[in-house]
Design a protein around this ligand. Sequence first.
Ligand SMILES: [Zn+2]
Length: 112
Amino acid sequence: MKINILGTEYTIERRKQSEDPKLKDYDGYCDPSVKRIVVESKEEGPNSIENLRQCEDEILRHEIVHAFLVESGLQDNTHVCSKGWARNEELVDWIALQAPKLFKAFQEGNCL
Ligand SMILES: [Zn+2]
């Protein structure tokens, strides 16, 4: 799947952990160097939650927020150790979690 992030095309891929070693440490990641977002395709297990798709969607929203920050020039896309606010995982998570509610409020306020 491809999506447009501020004029730049990003590829979204769902991969199993066994297919991508980076997914051993992360549920997903955004690689701005190749304009790719990867989300772990969760596999059902005895301890997994029931709604795995919802979990994957939340991860995807989180990684899309990272891509927006990169494409806005707010997140240095070459230095992973950068500690600027745009790399604050709590903030990125907040935006990813609240975005659907913000979108709904904008619609209700007729200001979208
Ligand atoms: Zn993150």
